[in-house]
Design a protein around this ligand. Structure first.
Ligand SMILES: [Zn+2]
Length: 405
């Protein structure tokens, strides 16, 4: 026995009574089949309704060969043949009605403006999408499409619902967008003097109830375009959120909303210039720092020069650059370290020397705990604990000096 779809005749019906036809456990789910229902199943791009049956939450609704299966959170106490009461979540249903009716309006507008048929529709929890055959779409065209769609809303046109026998003659009527040719009977949704299509979803009585249609994006796919859009409360919420963001930004940048874009571009350009200047200055500071180290911290050992410095604070990328500059000197070994912002140790060896500094570095990292790496003439790493830097640094010097023995 097929389930009678109460939503097919009245999408505004919220509560209903029905008798139990079947109940069973399907894996971990409690299935319930009634003689009739207001619960719309997931189909035709629309998500299923939410709500309760005898106080039990309906988790999902699916259709199988004309039977609607409600999956409940728990087993229902009532027996087969008993009468039960169900109630759908009206806010959730009305949102779906707004989205679905909005889709019909958009599809009608696409047909009116550019003779583009809707290939498919998908209703998501947050946004809806609609696919049409490939065409050139730009901001101007999207604005035109939104204008016509919203005009249909403001004209508050009547939306009629009726059933007709499916026939060959019907297909020839150019105004009808037929989606399912296998059905004996078609459920027609007709927007007064605008659009007619066969559809099984839940819709509004008048276009005005859709409130607002906003296209929020489109993407060109292989042979089609996917439009993303919002209707009704979803579009209102989106406007509220975006308005809130724009208002906050406008306050933050102390500028009018109309000058906001210009202001952000200008600040971004300034930021780029400042970054360039900063990098230039930092480079000079690093060069100065390495020159100073050569003057003050360089000492002659038996066969090589040793430059060493433990910074209280120095960024790892600066340590790297200073060390690279110092490694250019002849017969030089460098040891640099920093306690903050990260505990770092760096060893370099000029290209005219041949000592195992990498092995020394690995030895120190092994003894004190740390990670890092490099090549024969340059090694850099971070210690696990800041309090170990001094000792690790001294240990590295000790090991390097022992190379001469
Ligand atoms: Zn529909």
């Amino acid at each position: 026995m097929k389930t009678e779809k109460l939503y097919h005749n009245d999408s505004y019906q919220i509560t209903f009574q029905a008798s139990i036809v079947e109940k069973y456990k399907d894996r971990e789910r409690y299935a319930l089949i009634l003689n009739q229902t207001c619960f719309y199943p997931t189909s035709g791009g629309q998500i299923n309704d939410r709500g309760v049956i005898e106080g039990l939450t309906v988790l999902a609704v699916e259709e199988e060969n004309g039977k609607l299966i409600h999956y409940l959170q728990d087993e229902i106490k009532a027996a087969i043949g008993d009468t039960v009461t169900g109630r759908i979540d009206w806010q959730y249903r009305f949102d779906h009605m707004q989205q679905h009716t909005g889709q019909h309006i958009l599809s009608g507008a696409l047909m009116k403006l550019w003779q583009k048929d809707t290939q498919s529709f998908h209703m998501g929890e947050d946004i809806c999408t609609l696919d049409i055959a490939a065409m050139v779409l730009d901001e101007q065209k999207v604005t035109e499409l939104e204008r016509l769609a919203n005009q249909i809303i403001y004209e508050d046109r009547v939306i009629e619902l009726y059933f007709v026998k499916n026939s060959a003659q019907l297909k020839e009527k150019s105004t009808l967008r037929i989606k399912n040719e296998q059905l004996e009977e078609l459920r027609i949704i007709e927007i007064e003097r605008f659009d007619k299509s066969a559809c099984g979803g839940t819709h509004c009585h008048r276009t005005g109830e859709v409130g607002l249609i906003k296209i929020i994006g489109w993407e060109n796919r292989k042979d089609k375009i996917r439009l993303s859009f919002l209707c009704g409360y979803r579009a209102l919420t989106d406007y509220q959120q975006k308005h809130h963001i724009v208002k906050k930004l406008s306050h933050y940048f102390t500028t009018g909303v109309d000058q906001l874009e210009e202001k952000i571009i200008q600040l971004n350009e300034e930021q780029k210039e400042l970054t360039k200047l900063y990098n230039k200055m930092e480079k000079r500071i690093i060069e100065g720092e390495s020159e100073e180290l050569k003057d003050k911290n360089r000492r002659k050992e038996k066969v090589f020069f040793l430059i060493e410095k433990l910074f209280m604070e120095q960024k790892i990328q600066n340590i790297r650059q200073i060390a690279q500059l110092l490694a250019k000197d002849e017969k030089t070994i460098t040891i640099l370290g920093a306690e903050k912002p990260e505990p770092v140790l760096c060893l370099t060896l000029s290209s005219d020397l041949n000592y195992p500094i990498k092995e020394i570095f690995n030895q120190v990292m092994f003894e004190f705990g740390g990670k890092g790496g490099g090549a024969k003439h340059f090694v850099l790493g971070k210690l696990e604990r800041e309090e170990d830097v001094k000792q690790a640094y001294q240990r590295a010097i000790q090991l390097i000096l022992s190379l001469e023995k």
